[in-house]
Design a protein around this ligand. Sequence first.
Ligand SMILES: [Zn+2]
Length: 312
Amino acid sequence: MGDVVTPVAVTGDFVRSFQIEGMNVRGRIVHLTDAADRVIAAHGYPDAVSGIVGEALALAALLGASLKFDGTLTVQTRSNGPVRMIVADYMTPGEVRACATFDRDAVERLGATPSFGDLVGEGSIAITIDQGEDMERYQGIVSLEGEGLADAAARYFERSEQIPTHIKLGVATLAARGGNGVRPHWRAGAIMIQNLASLGGHNAPGPENADDWVRASVLFATVESHELVDPQVEAERLLYRLYHEDGVRVFERQPLSFGCRCSADRVMSVLAQYPAHELSELAEGDGLIHATCEFCSTDYSFKPGDVQAAQT
Ligand SMILES: [Zn+2]
């Protein structure tokens, strides 16, 4: 064995809220290491697609952590580029999952480092909050104009909610030793700030608040995407670098982990909506209908007769 010293990378999967002291500015920071790798590596997507899926995952955690009740927040794109759809879910109290639908040949034709616009094209991004049967489902949609998920999501808050918002996302791989030698280990991160002075309250908007937001925004603009995934930079240290002069109060870390709530029953209930003659067409050579969860790659198989029996 050699004497190579490998610095210990900062790990952890969490979202943490913060408040800049003396300002009506709040934010959240997301740090995803093992959970990001669990979500992304299992898919085996091309790296360019994995990168966007990682960003969507971090964004879903960033926005979902604001849910006040049990529920799911979903970030979903639909667009006309080679990556037709990206779906990322945050489920309280802190499970995340994500997947993409894309044309592999078209993605590969774009080369090693395609832009977000090249991959996704034009379309829309929907942010959906589902808090169970007793609560109204909420959905906001903004156009995707090639500028990336972070700016599109920030535009959604500014237009739909009238809350001035900045968001940054970061994704990277770190070489990690695994069973079969070195493989890339995915990490993803996100940070946002919001000017809550616009919501009124005791710090209603005024010249001083406006200066606060400008100052918070200028500092926020210095965040480089790589700082959100740097294995040597803790999330709290980044917040300190940004806002130590003003003082930044951090709230408890809320743990995040990979989670998928697919089940044989749920897949069965989807299949049960197909007419009987289509069910027999869905059966493969072994006589069974096979379905794979797009999020976690779990395989399910059913006898067509069992599905028909469930159609009551
Ligand atoms: Zn699943």
